[in-house]
Design a protein around this ligand. Structure first.
Ligand SMILES: [Zn+2]
Length: 275
């Protein structure tokens, strides 16, 4: 810890804002459904979507998460250099501070939802509330709009802007084939109102409450069979992973869990004091 403090003071600052050490530990890479794999740490979710024309990666975690992601990708028999597109859940350090390194390691193009693009390109500048959280700037190759499609090798991901948590917070939705069936996959960007967020008379982010409202409308409208999110904890990743062993039914198929989670988070938002 002391060594980290001396060598990477900014990194440490970013880490403490969003993660508890346990969340950053390695976790076994595993197949979620079809061509979708979990390659993140214990809690910082990173997804690999493989195609015959290269792969898509959602989230890079912190800089120190990138080697864990690489090890996970390789453990599943894939190569980081085959990753062609790097996406994000939202521009907070625990999901995108590793973007510059991941781009360097993979050579991927970086696509970011409008509203989060400048934050990622500048390495953390312009974030609501987290003014001291900084990381390595990363070139953004394409700025996305709500409902824009990201296509690669027969897979089409739809970017849904679900703002509030950040201005360009993105929920990824797409259909995956597995065992002769099709499933709707949703990776929730984040519906959380963080400690310190102010929802009324917010000079820095005046439209924040309306943005959250829009987010819950979008999340409630999405069909979902496979419930995933920016953190494993959103969807009970660890428990579901344990259920994989010897399971007849894929534990990641959880439409009811998705609905219950969105309803719970919507309720939490609606009952905020609004300071
Ligand atoms: Zn966040």
């Amino acid at each position: 810890m002391l060594k980290l403090l001396v060598s990477f003071p900014l990194l440490l600052l970013a880490s403490t804002a969003f993660a508890e050490g346990e969340a950053e530990k390695a976790f076994p890479g595993h197949r979620v459904v079809g061509n979708v794999y979990y390659v993140g740490s214990k809690d910082l979710a990173t997804y690999l979507i493989t195609t015959p024309e290269g792969h898509i990666l959602i989230n890079s975690g912190f800089e120190q998460t990138v080697p864990l992601i690489k090890a996970s990708v390789e453990s599943l028999g894939f190569k980081m250099t085959d990753v062609k597109i790097l996406l994000a859940s939202h521009a907070h350090s625990d999901h995108v501070a590793g973007h510059a390194l991941a781009k360097e390691v993979t050579g991927a193009k970086v696509y970011v939802m409008g509203g989060d693009d400048d934050v990622i390109a500048s390495g953390g500048k312009g974030q609501y509330l987290y003014h001291d959280s900084r990381w390595s700037p990363c070139v953004v190759d394409r700025v996305l709009k709500d409902r824009e499609e990201v296509k690669l090798g027969g897979t089409t991901l739809v970017a849904r802007r679900t703002p509030g948590h950040t201005r360009g917070c993105t929920t990824w939705a797409w259909r995956v084939a597995d065992g002769g069936k099709n499933y709707d996959v949703v990776v929730i960007g984040s519906p959380n109102v963080n400690p310190g967020y102010v929802l009324t008379n917010n000079k820095e982010y005046p439209e924040i409450a309306d943005d959250y409202k829009q987010t819950f409308e979008v999340l409630k409208s999405l069909p979902c069979d496979i419930f995933l999110g920016a953190h494993g904890a959103y969807y009970g990743m660890e428990a579901k992973y344990e259920q994989l062993k010897g399971a007849k039914q894929n534990p990641f198929i959880d439409p009811d869990g998705y609905k219950a989670y969105v309803e719970l988070k919507s309720k939490v938002f609606r009952t905020q004091p609004g300071e």
